[in-house]
Write a protein that binds this ligand. Structure first.
Ligand SMILES: Nc1ncnc2c1ncn2[C@@H]1O[C@H](COP(=O)(O)OP(=O)(O)OP(=O)(O)O)[C@@H](O)[C@H]1O
Length: 306
């Protein structure tokens, strides 16, 4: 099956600023792809190129087998980062406006309920809270029940419960086969929603893979953190590497089943501690490592699904 989204060696600059530098990736039908990376890495620029809002300086971009500008609009949903709808419409009027652009649209009230908004509230869009505005915009982007949905930082400004509610919305879409391309600064969001994650740094896609594979490759070791004043040298003879991180010693590579023995060993050695916690690496660890030093990345940078 042909991929739904293709970027092949895409480069784009704004004046002297290189925003994208030879980015290649594909997204398959029904896949959820999350693009992560530091501020200014090029995420919005890539989203714009993939959706036809910008034409890249070089490289090939395809959306649903067409140049993005030619792709069937009724099959696409787009929530730009800087979406700025008219202020003096209620949420219902706004979503109804976007639904009215399509022959076959979802019910605006249902859409608003789906994103946790009461459709009967008559407050103007401009007077809604930032999180309510963003939820309304997510509802508007779903008006045509798109096959491919691009959402640029969809949950920014939304409270934790609301964010989780929107994750449920995106998960339900993915379960129905909607292809979702999302950018986010929330690693938990990418980890929960994405089949594959791509990390952009300085306009280059430095690593792609499933959250689990990226964590396994770049997340580092699981560790026990022990809040203590003890010197790492006091544990030199253990089978673990030990480092000091702020108030704590990090004892690397400890399996969950070994925690009890380790705590007992600290006791035997007379090492006082205020807290002990086991931590396994997550996508945030991957992000922090690779965004800090992209040269550590060794995976397939083409972003082509194996
Ligand atoms: N219209 C523009 N004119 C000039 N430079 C721009 C323009 N848009 C983006 N840039 C620059 O291009 C680079 C990539 O920006 P982009 O918005 O794509 O990054 P981003 O990864 O989406 O960032 P953020 O996480 O902050 O939203 C940045 O250095 C930015 O300053």
């Amino acid at each position: 099956m042909a991929p739904v989204v293709v970027a092949d060696d895409v480069s784009e600059r704004y004046g002297d600023t290189v925003a994208l530098d030879g980015v290649s990736l594909t997204v398959e039908a029904g896949e959820v792809f999350a693009l992560i990376g530091p501020n200014g890495a090029g995420k919005t620029t890539l989203t714009r190129c993939l959706t036809g809002t910008r034409t890249p300086d070089s490289g090939r971009v395809e959306l649903l087998d067409e140049a993005p500008n030619e792709a069937a609009k009724e099959r696409l949903g787009l929530l730009p980062q800087d979406f700025n709808p008219p202020d003096r419409l209620s949420a219902r009027e706004l979503v109804a406006y976007y639904a009215g652009l399509y022959d076959d649209a979802r019910d605006p009230d249902d859409l608003l309920r789906t994103v946790g908004m009461d459709p009967d509230i008559e407050t103007w869009y401009g007077d809604l809270s930032g999180g309510e505005q963003r939820r309304t915009c997510v509802a508007a982007s779903l008006a045509n029940d798109p096959d491919v949905l691009f959402v640029d930082e969809p949950t920014t400004g939304i409270d934790p419960a609301g964010r989780r509610a929107l994750w449920d919305v995106f998960e339900a879409l993915a379960d129905r086969g909607t292809t979702v391309f999302l950018t986010t600064h929330y690693m938990a969001e990418a980890e929960r929603l994405a089949d594959r994650v791509g990390l952009l740094a300085d306009g280059e896609l430095v690593a792609t893979g499933s959250p689990a594979s990226l964590i396994a490759e770049y997340g580092g070791e699981q560790y026990v953190s022990v809040e203590t004043e003890a010197d790492p040298a006091a544990l030199d003879d253990l089978d673990y590497d030990v480092t000091r991180e702020g108030d704590s010693l990090h004892i690397l590579g400890v399996e969950p089943t070994e925690i009890g023995d380790l705590a007992a060993e600290l006791d035997v050695r007379g090492i006082d501690f205020d807290a002990l916690a086991w931590t396994e690496p997550d996508l945030e660890d991957v992000y922090l490592r690779l965004a800090d030093d992209p040269t550590l990345a060794t995976t397939d940078t083409a972003g082509i699904k194996a």
